[in-house]
Design a binder for this molecule. Structure first.
Ligand code: ATP
Length: 361
């Protein structure tokens, strides 16, 4: 019942296509993050799942039930928006139990459920306080609690943490995850923040310009991005991508970077896949976190800039207008303006077709 299936979902606003033929399955009890940049169609997708908007084409299923034309109130979904909507003339408890009252639940059961949710969301000490004057952080917590207390089988959250402050956001990430573990709802969570998606979701659906790019676990989309959009969008910083051409060096497969006037050896497996695809022009991808400093078989670029961020250092390397970012811990000893030799850790290199952007291997 609480599996969600979107089939060939398309949404047009006049001439503009906001979602294009989207197929997506959200499994029963799964926490799925819908991730993508602003304007990519995340909220429109959510609104269609919730029943606030109807698709131009395509079908929405909850389990085997076609709910495409079922109005929002009859879908039995919980929905939390970016902007909390709570009743300011009521206490915290009255807000939390509002929906339960509407459903005619007896007082003892209301109290039990509200107390449990308040415990999860650390609202217990505030239950009898008026909501007027509470911080934005707390108000959003109440909004989440008010939906969660109804234990909807499908729980939709559209950027619920974008208005709360950074420290609170990380606490809330943990609490939401705990909440979902306890109630095992099917949760769809819209965010443009890849860190939020990576830390919370069982699987991530990455969207760009109305088109679903990839669905996978956080590790799958990080390690094996389907294309250069996902490679760049996931990770902070995103994957390095250098344009090159297949060649050979001392009888071994390699990539030549014309702009850099350098080559690097390519693992046999990747070379075979590239040859099969007949991709002459490729993008050589490697994660900033998987770079080793080495004087052998590497690339050489100038250390341009060091960004020290807490326990990490991001080293910006530059050559012929091309930039590579490398992430190290703070012990890295690199002189600014010196030449740095490096290569991706063995097995971490990825190859993409330069024309289509699709991953080759
Ligand atoms: P954001 O994070 O900024 O909300 P999003 O990924 O959720 O972005 P949507 O809100 O789904 O994106 O919007 C997708 C595209 O559809 C945007 O270009 C938006 O301008 C357009 N759009 C959304 N609603 C309407 C509407 N009612 N009429 C016309 N265009 C719309």
């Amino acid at each position: 019942m609480s599996e969600i299936r979107l089939e060939k979902l398309t949404k047009r606003f006049g001439d503009f296509t906001a979602i294009e033929k989207m197929d997506l399955q959200v499994r029963n009890g799964e926490f799925l993050a819908l991730l993508g940049p602003s304007g990519c169609g995340k909220s429109t997708t959510m609104n269609i799942i919730a029943g606030m908007e109807s698709p131009s084409e395509g079908t929405v299923y909850f389990g085997d039930r076609d709910v495409t034309r079922v109005p929002m109130g009859k879908r039995g979904v919980g929905f939390v928006f970016q902007n909390y909507a709570i009743f300011t003339h009521m206490t915290v408890r009255q807000n939390l139990e509002y929906g339960l009252r509407m459903h005619g639940l007896p007082a003892a059961q209301r109290k039990r459920k509200v107390d449990e949710i308040a415990g999860f969301l650390e609202l217990s000490p505030l239950l009898d306080k008026p909501t007027a004057g509470l911080s934005v952080n707390i108000l959003q917590r109440i909004a989440i609690g008010r939906s969660a207390v109804l234990e909807p089988a499908i729980f939709l959250l559209d950027e619920p943490l974008s208005n709360v402050d950074a420290a609170f956001r990380s606490v809330m990430r943990y609490e939401l995850k705990q909440l979902q573990r306890r109630f095992r709802q099917t949760m769809v969570y819209v965010t443009h923040d890849q860190l939020e998606a990576m830390t919370m979701a069982d699987r991530i659906a990455v969207m760009d310009q109305g088109v679903l790019q990839q669905v996978g676990t956080p590790l799958e989309v990080y390690n094996n991005p389907a294309n250069i959009f996902v490679a760049n969008f996931i990770g902070s910083p995103g994957m390095n991508l250098l344009k090159g051409a297949l060649t050979s060096r001392d009888g071994r497969p390699a990539i030549a970077f014309e702009e850099l006037d350098q080559t690097i050896e390519l693992p046999d497996e990747l070379a075979r896949l590239a040859e099969k695809r007949n991709s002459a022009a490729v993008l050589y991808g490697f994660r900033p976190e998987e770079i080793e400093l080495t004087s052998q078989n590497g690339l050489s670029m100038k250390a341009d800039f060091l960004e020290r961020i807490g326990a990490r250092t991001i080293l910006h390397l530059e050559a012929s207008g091309r930039e590579v970012k490398a992430v190290f811990d703070n012990n890295v000893a690199v002189q600014l303006d010196s030449m740095v030799s490096f290569r991706p850790a063995s097995g971490s290199e990825r190859l993409f077709d330069a024309q289509t952007g699709a991953r080759i291997g």
